[in-house]
Design a protein around this ligand. Structure first.
Ligand SMILES: Cc1ncc(COP(=O)(O)O)c(C=O)c1O
Length: 415
């Protein structure tokens, strides 16, 4: 085997620019001199000898074993995303912060591995309202069967959070999602992590909406970061995936790896290849996503058919100050309320010519959805309105098209 890691964890963190790591991070040269890592379409790997098999199984020699345990393609994106999440950060001793990432079949798989690797029967999770629906259901409907419970508090009120932790010694893990899907609620990661760590909790953060381009939860001492890589990290809507990044490298290599492997929560070489390809332009895409979203939000805020715009970059958003404290920019997600209610929502969707009517988010093209007629169509209006999903609410993931074209499409659809 020829030369190897171009930018490994040890040499790359802090020594290269963020954009460079998006392109080169985690890449290893190939025997056949392929420019990009070829897609390893193989379920298993061979050993030169019985002794080598023993060494690889014992972890004394690096090597691939079996597709469920990983491949050069999954490994490349794992190293790359770990580099992005630790970029520029230092550990307690002033050394570049180390972390290990494990790629999963989906964001939900990454979240499930994290929860199962860290919790046991009798434990309680402390979290806030307005998590991504799948996470909420996992916590509400599946974990109680394993005798793992949840306490929901207002994460805007740090004193209440601390009081809840002090009152219940079974609370072991703090689960943060900021900005949250779909409400864009932001909570103060620094303050929450400080409280969590003061009480020896495991603290984890879903960083899907912000991505490491906009915020780095490890900066505040969070233990685990999860992403649905399906979204901005992939950026092209070509593959469902998830990543779990942990700061305790030893635990990630042992308990967490074991849980991931035994759950069969692995991704595969093809989807890892697609994700890696998307990541190569991640920083550039994010720059454009953000500047487009800002212009679209300003346009919508002035439009007479729009009652309200929810965008973290607008001073009118209740969490504007928290978002600006911990995020480099307000990001590419926004929602807005049409004055005409449900019918105005469906008419608007039907008139779109450029923007795509679809759920999901974070792709290069602008995705727009009307939750009341799609994701929340089965939820009673009085229930969804309680969570801010009103009849005329439109959710938008602003893409990287020419911004005037996005605005022109919105203009004609709102007319
Ligand atoms: C914030 C957030 N976390 C987790 C998930 C779950 O990810 P996946 O759909 O890749 O399983 C999603 C999906 O939309 C999400 O938006």
């Amino acid at each position: 085997m020829a030369k190897l890691m171009i930018l490994s964890m040890s040499d790359a963190n802090n020594s290269k620019g963020f954009d460079t790591l998006c392109i080169h991070g985690g890449h290893k040269a190939e025997n056949n001199r392929a420019h990009l890592t070829p897609i390893y379409a193989t379920s298993t790997y061979t050993f030169d000898s019985a002794e080598q098999g023993i060494a690889i199984f014992k972890g004394e020699e690096q090597g691939y074993i079996y597709g469920r345990f990983g491949s050069p393609n999954t490994n490349e994106v794992e190293e790359k995303i770990a580099l992005l999440e630790t970029y520029g950060l230092k550990d307690e001793n002033g050394n570049p912060l180390q972390a290990k990432a494990i790629l999963h079949a989906s964001g939900m798989a990454a979240i499930t591995t994290m929860l199962l690797a860290n919790l046991k029967a009798g434990d309680t999770i402390i979290t806030h309202h307005s998590l991504y629906g799948g996470t909420q259901e996992m916590i509400d409907k599946i974990l109680p069967n394993l005798d793992i419970r949840v306490t929901i508090t207002d994460f805007h009120n740090i004193a209440d959070v601390e009081a809840a932790i002090k009152a219940d010694s079974s609370i072991k893990l703090m689960y943060i999602e900021t900005p949250a899907n779909p409400t864009l609620q932001c909570v103060d990661m620094e303050a929450l992590t400080a409280v969590g760590k003061a009480h020896n909790l495991i603290v984890c953060a879903d960083n899907t909406f912000a991505t490491p381009y906009l915020q780095q939860p490890f900066k505040y001492g969070v233990d685990y970061i999860m992403h649905s890589t399906t979204k901005f990290l992939n950026g092209h809507g070509t593959a469902v995936g998830g990543i779990l990044v942990g700061r305790d490298v030893n635990k990630m290599k042992t308990t967490v790896t074991k849980t991931h492997r035994l759950l069969g929560a692995n991704s595969n070489s093809f989807e890892a290849f697609l994700l890696n390809n998307g990541l190569r332009t991640f920083a550039l895409r994010m720059e454009r996503h953000c500047s487009n979203a800002e212009k679209v939000a300003q346009f919508l805020a002035r439009h007479p058919a729009v009652a309200k715009v929810n965008y973290l970059g607008l001073a009118s958003h209740p969490d504007h100050a928290i978002a600006m404290k911990q995020m480099k920019h307000a990001g590419a997600m926004l929602s807005f309320e049409l004055k005409g209610g449900f019918d105005a929502g469906t008419q608007f969707i039907n008139k779109l010519k450029l923007c795509i009517s679809a759920v999901s988010l974070g792709t290069c093209d602008t995705l727009i959805s009307h939750p009341a007629s799609t994701t929340h169509v089965g939820v009673k209006p009085e229930d969804r309105i309680k969570f801010g999903i009103t009849d005329g609410l439109i959710r938008m993931s602003v893409g990287i098209e020419t911004v005037e074209d996005i605005i022109n499409d919105l203009t004609q659809a709102l007319a």
